[in-house]
Design a protein around this ligand. Structure first.
Ligand SMILES: NC(=O)c1ccc[n+]([C@@H]2O[C@H](COP(=O)([O-])OP(=O)(O)OC[C@H]3O[C@@H](n4cnc5c(N)ncnc54)[C@H](OP(=O)(O)O)[C@@H]3O)[C@@H](O)[C@H]2O)c1
Length: 307
């Protein structure tokens, strides 16, 4: 069997039988990523408590943590903007309140109680530059300073990334352009098939089928520090749309435009980059390369009748 075809969910089940079940308190459990993680943890036999308090309300958060007495806390909460991150440009205080003040509250409260916390962050804090050029295969490592603040959303996430670094109880997983096995509105595939015109740039991306089970392994091992949380390698917009046409909708067509043309129609810039996955693969070696993973994802969609 191709080693990349190993179903990580199955691996987790096996691990679950030998690793003690934990109690997880999840903030943002009703969100897209938080709800998917909840399903995986519950299938694994872990207990999930869905946090009710708002992150910025420190006393409420502290009370809730003390009442739940969790083994691990997860932050899958945050402001991402609807319909997209441009929202954050006009809602700066709300964005800071959730993405910086709130997330730091959580990390700090957990630190004071010696509780492991996992933060679902973003890798959209870098952009290709002369040392990390497109298709060079040289990705940004966890040690490199963010170089992208073209959107207020990314700016807040970048600040949080730096501040969380000083919390030894925190595992900070930097997702990018997450993709699910369905056509959920948050999934990168759904976003780009809905655009009138789309840029065509190779990027690091996160296939949730591969990565959310990997996050459970990392939490079980109580890993801490920053991890680029994407599949190895890059895939371009056109490569994804071509797979979509091949597997899902043969009548689908699309048109490209340049990044400069895209900038003209958006309020804030978007980051394009490749992240280095060496550190992640040393923690969980079974995460397949993005191009291979995307083919498998579309095959699963077809098998599940999601045409
Ligand atoms: N989706 C992406 O493209 C992407 C990419 C990279 C990283 N991430 C990060 O991953 C995390 C989860 O993303 P997602 O796509 O799952 O977002 P989502 O579907 O919008 O869910 C976010 C959740 O956070 C909750 N929330 C927001 N502000 C809160 C606050 N101040 N206190 C407590 N809960 C709050 C929301 O609850 P309410 O609805 O009640 O406010 C919602 O349940 C975010 O931090 C995001 O930045 C997402």
């Amino acid at each position: 069997m191709n080693r990349f075809m190993l179903n990580i969910a199955t691996l987790i089940m096996l691990l679950g039988s030998i690793v003690q079940a934990d109690t997880y308190l999840i903030f943002g459990a009703k969100g897209w990523i938080g709800s998917k993680l909840t399903v995986i943890l519950e299938q694994n036999g872990d207990t999930v408590i869905k946090a009710q308090s708002r992150l910025e309300n420190r006393q409420d958060v502290a009370k809730e943590i003390d009442a739940a007495s969790p083994d691990c806390v997860v932050n899958a909460a945050g402001v991402t903007g609807r319909p997209n991150v441009d929202w954050c440009e006009d809602h700066k205080q709300e964005t800071v309140r959730a993405n910086i003040i709130g997330a730091l509250n959580l990390a700090d409260i957990c630190y004071m109680r010696n509780i492991h916390m996992t933060n679902f962050g973003t890798g959209c804090i870098y952009e290709y530059d002369e040392h990390h050029s497109v298709n060079s295969g040289i990705g940004f490592t966890e040690e490199e300073k963010p170089n992208f603040d073209g959107s207020y959303y990314s700016k807040t996430k970048s600040m949080l990334n730096e501040l969380l670094h000083d919390y030894p109880n925190v595992l900070n997983l930097r997702l990018r352009m997450p993709i699910s096995d369905d056509l959920h509105e948050r999934s990168f595939i759904t976003k780009i098939i809905g655009y009138k015109k789309v840029i065509n740039v190779p990027n690091s991306m996160s296939v949730l089928y591969d990565l959310l089970p990997a996050s459970v392994i990392m939490m079980k091992n109580r890993l801490t520090g920053i991890y680029n949380f994407v599949n190895p390698g890059t895939i371009s917009h056109n490569e994804i749309l071509d797979l979509y046409t091949e597997y899902i909708d043969p009548s689908f067509t699309y048109a490209n435009f340049s990044v400069a043309e895209q900038d003209l129609i958006l309020k804030s810039k978007r980051s394009n980059n490749e992240l280095d996955t060496t550190k992640l693969l040393s923690a969980v070696s079974t995460i397949p390369p993005i191009k291979e993973s995307m083919v498998q994802l579309f095959k699963r969609m077809v098998a599940a009748g999601k045409k």
